[in-house]
Ligand binder design. Structure first.
Ligand SMILES: Cc1cc2nc3c(=O)[nH]c(=O)nc-3n(C[C@H](O)[C@H](O)[C@H](O)COP(=O)(O)O)c2cc1C
Ligand SMILES: *[C@@H]1O[C@H](CO)[C@@H](O)[C@H](O)[C@H]1NC(C)=O
Ligand SMILES: *[C@@H]1O[C@H](CO)[C@@H](O)[C@H](O)[C@H]1NC(C)=O
Ligand SMILES: *[C@@H]1O[C@H](CO)[C@@H](O)[C@H](O)[C@H]1NC(C)=O
Ligand SMILES: *[C@@H]1O[C@H](CO)[C@@H](O)[C@H](O)[C@H]1NC(C)=O
Length: 389
């Protein structure tokens, strides 16, 4: 009796709309608030990935910032992508020798070696932040030895992006594609990317219809992809006959489709709701990964599974890695960091590498390859009073 009264008295609080802080309150306003609109603080003053959004919001014009920031409709999925990590607590183990954890960051992605288990997600229109545009990502990814996946809707041409790579072909990049029913055009894209040295395609399939973009439409910076697209498994299998490169599928959102992808022998998939930009109420990558884990944790061993959306801290990445995700994509923070050019993107990469390593150390993980779901309290969801809200 007493218990149910207590629950009842809490109910109105729990049901009240929680305030949403798009940018966390970590004192940046106090320290950098004097930065004039239209200019950037010193790069060294960026202490974490969220800082780059703070800086870019004041530096870019409203339409450019909005293009990057936008989520679909009421942006509930965009918010959820960020907040979901705060609903699960870590379970740190103590008195473990973690002193060598940094050396365990390197991993392979489809057999290619990289220095860290995260990559720069494909995002269109990098020139809105910096004239160096996508070339900055190529250079920063090379210098930091991580994967970059340029978007087909990049500001620069595929040739100009490839020209930013070292001439000796030592940099691995994958090419993201959106495809139409014009197979001649598809074949041209495939042949061009292959000739330019791309090592895989990333076929984005989470937007078969136009995105419902309220915020972006106010500024006329909505989705470029507005058609209804005829994308099916039969179509995917036809694409495979048109190139010798592996075709990764980006935008898987249910365990059912993970299983189909395994049946169809897809080389790798990306769990993603497109950064919450396409379908409001679509699931965050952590929720999708958890659904896969709950159905059968071994699915993560049967296909390489990557994931992107809302990752802003080392601890966020650890929660995905704990479920068996092999590498993590990060989109907006790198687009914002690109306001500083190559050095900004490199700084963001370095911050993320450092956070993953120190957070893993504090979690008691000696070897990042050995992290598993026992390091996260996936069984006890914190429904309100979340860590990040
Ligand atoms: C400005 C912007 C443009 C994007 N353009 C593309 C694109 O051209 N192709 C694609 O597959 N995904 C695109 N995405 C989605 C990203 O690849 C990725 O799924 C998403 O940004 C991850 O979420 P995050 O921004 O919270 O890290 C874009 C995202 C943003 C923010
Ligand atoms: C990748 O790393 C492994 C292990 O360090 C090494 O044996 C292999 O030669 C590397 N591959 C390439 C292409 O550098
Ligand atoms: C905003 O900035 C971008 C990139 O510099 C530019 O292309 C665009 O025209 C600007 N838009 C407005 C409304 O000033
Ligand atoms: C390729 O070229 C880059 C840039 O010039 C250089 O740093 C790198 O060592 C070269 N790699 C190989 C394998 O030759
Ligand atoms: C298909 O693409 C090719 C190559 O880009 C182009 O020449 C042709 O006009 C396109 N066909 C249609 C029907 O749009």
């Amino acid at each position: 009796m007493r218990l149910s009264l207590a629950v009842l008295s809490l109910a109105p609080v729990a049901l009240a709309t929680r305030p949403f802080l798009n940018e966390p309150d970590t004192g940046i306003d106090d320290v950098l608030g004097g930065t004039p609109e239209g200019s950037l603080p010193d790069l060294e003053d960026m202490v974490g990935l969220p800082d780059f959004e703070w800086a870019a919001r004041r530096y870019l014009n409203a339409s450019s910032y909005t293009y990057y920031r936008n989520g679909a409709a009421g942006e509930w999925s965009y918010r959820n992508n960020l907040e979901v990590y705060g609903r699960y607590r870590l379970r740190p183990r103590v008195l473990v020798d973690i002193t060598d954890v940094e050396s365990t960051l390197p991993t392979t992605i489809l057999g290619h070696n990289f220095s860290a288990p995260f990559y720069i997600s494909p995002c269109a229109r990098a020139a809105l932040a910096h004239p160096g545009a996508e070339a900055n990502f190529v250079k920063a990814a090379y210098e930091e030895d991580i994967l970059y996946i340029p978007s087909l809707y990049a500001s620069l041409s595929m040739d100009d992006i490839a020209a930013a790579k070292p001439a000796n072909g030592s940099q691995v990049i994958f090419q993201q594609v959106y495809l139409t029913s014009n197979d001649t055009a598809t074949q041209e894209i495939f042949d061009q990317a292959e000739a330019l040295g791309s090592k895989a395609f990333v076929f984005t399939i989470d937007g078969p219809a136009g995105g419902n973009r309220h915020r972006a439409n106010r500024y006329g910076v909505g989705s470029a992809n507005t058609d209804y697209s005829l994308w099916t498994w039969a179509y995917y299998n036809k694409l495979r006959t048109m190139t010798s490169l592996p075709i990764i599928i980006k935008g898987i959102q249910t365990v059912e489709d993970v299983k189909v992808a395994i049946e169809q022998k897809v080389p790798a998939i990306i769990l993603s709701n497109h950064g919450g930009r396409q379908l409001d109420s679509s699931p965050s990558p952590l929720e999708i990964a958890l659904e896969v884990h709950q159905e059968d944790p071994d699915l993560f061993n049967q296909i390489e599974i990557f994931a992107d959306g809302g990752v802003r801290y080392g601890a966020d990445a650890l929660k995905l890695l704990a479920l068996g995700v092999k590498a993590i994509g990060i989109g907006r923070p790198f687009m914002y960091a690109n306001a500083y050019g190559v050095e900004g993107v490199k700084h963001a990469i370095q911050l993320m590498k450092h956070e993953i390593a120190i957070d893993a150390g504090n979690l008691g993980v000696a070897d990042l390859k050995e992290i598993d779901a026992s390091y996260v309290g996936f069984h006890s969801t914190i429904s309100f009073g979340v860590l990040r809200c």
